[in-house]
Design a protein around this ligand. Sequence first.
Ligand SMILES: [Zn+2]
Length: 84
Amino acid sequence: MRRALRIRAVKKTRVVTPGGRTVFHFKLTKPAHVVCGMCGAKLNRAKLTPSQLKRLPKVQRRAERPLPHLCSRCMREEMKKMLR
Ligand SMILES: [Zn+2]
């Protein structure tokens, strides 16, 4: 097996060819949704692989507000707790 295919991002499936040979087919998995760290809601952000994220400027990687890893609703509640 090629070294580049030995990663978790590549899904391996076993396929039997018409000649009866068993071969492996490789498929790159798509990046998952970015979710809120508290409630698990989907964040309004593009689904990108880490290497694609690296090519973007920092301001486009996450929200430009406090607690960018949370959704806006959870962020508001956390900010209220901080102010108390
Ligand atoms: Zn949330």
